[in-house]
Ligand binder design. Structure first.
Ligand code: SF4
Length: 325
């Protein structure tokens, strides 16, 4: 995609303002490299909600009066300091915490957005972020199918899934105290159970969320900048959403409403081949079984009025999260 935006913001305005309930999320690369564009969108285009996904190092480039109009910011941080700095560079952990403190002081909701690799201890790293009390929600994506293949299966069964079990128990213990800890990969699945599931990838790719690239194309997924299957139209002439976004393979799966086919990009591109794809799918199903296993207890807590059903509602489109890691 080109470095600079080469379409007219006014055509974008027309497209977005047709929908009175729209959410605009700035995404990159690093969107704060172009604060002028962010300011021009905020000044010209009305949306119900605005958000930014950022690495947190350049937050000072956007003036506070603009930040105050942003509803949600997703900050990339992988968990504990050593894990974050190993993958993102020296000093990044502190930089992200500074950004989060500042943005929270302005009233912006913060989400910790983790990339989970074989260095991650999911329980330790998520708990670390929760205990910092600097993030309103925690979300993660697995480093699978994007990068070179690694021994995901061994790590998943020896570390990740046992960690998920502990996290789910922690989430439940907090529900018993009447508190909902916003761990998105848990909350988003529970919400899907009670409020109806996802008809495609929970990120909404192609059916309830679209991406506009700097050259004005409208895509189903922001990652798929080179892939023809992702093109839905353009800013100038409009676009068509995908009518039936659930992948064929998922049509008869018992988990389809919770998972929606997981990531559309991974479904389409399958960089790890069929076998690699199946392993991720198996682990994904096991994670869903673990989360869904607490549903009977959640129902009891609702019946006893320990928690309110409506407080379990989560709509990933409003935050640009994927729910399913
Ligand atoms: S989860 Fe997959 S389909 Fe959705 S935005 Fe991310 S890469 Fe694209």
């Amino acid at each position: 995609v080109p470095y600079s935006v080469n379409y007219d913001v006014l055509s974008l305005k027309k497209m977005i303002e047709e929908d009175r309930d729209s959410t605009i999320i700035f995404y990159g690369g690093e969107p704060l490299l172009n604060p002028k564009f962010i300011m021009s969108v905020l000044d010209n285009i009305k949306a119900r909600r605005y958000g930014i996904q950022t690495n947190g190092t350049l937050y000072k480039l956007l003036p506070d009066e603009y930040w105050k109009r942003i509803n949600v910011v997703l900050l990339s941080i992988d968990g504990r300091e050593e894990i974050t700095n190993k993958h993102r560079g020296k000093g990044i952990y502190d930089a992200v915490l500074r950004a989060s403190k500042h943005l929270k002081s302005l009233g912006v909701e913060t989400i910790a957005r983790m990339a989970v690799t074989q260095d991650t201890d999911i329980y330790e790293d998520v708990m670390h972020l929760i205990n910092l009390k600097l993030f309103d929600k925690v979300h993660w994506q697995l480093d699978v199918i994007w990068s070179e293949e690694w021994d995901f299966k061994s790590w998943a069964y020896s570390s990740y899934l046992p960690g998920i079990r502990k996290l789910v128990q922690f989430f439940l213990s907090k529900l018993e105290e009447g508190e909902i800890i916003k761990i998105i990969p848990i909350l988003g699945v529970i919400s899907a159970y009670f409020f109806g599931g996802y008809k495609g990838s929970p990120c909404g790719a192609g059916y309830s969320s679209v991406t506009v690239t700097p050259d004005g194309r409208v895509l189903s997924c922001p990652i798929a900048v080179r892939e023809k299957w992702a093109e839905l139209g353009n800013v100038k002439n409009g676009f068509r959403i995908m009518e039936d976004p659930l992948p064929q393979d998922c049509k008869n799966c018992e988990f389809r409403d919770y998972c929606g086919g997981r990531c559309l990009y991974a479904q389409k591109e399958r960089y790890w081949g069929e076998e690699g794809f199946k392993v991720v799918d198996e682990v994904n199903k096991e994670y869903l079984r673990i989360v869904l296993s607490i549903i009977p207890k959640v129902k009891e807590l609702i019946a006893k009025s320990r928690i309110k059903l409506n407080d379990l509602y989560y709509n990933p489109i409003l935050d640009s999260t994927e729910v399913i890691p």
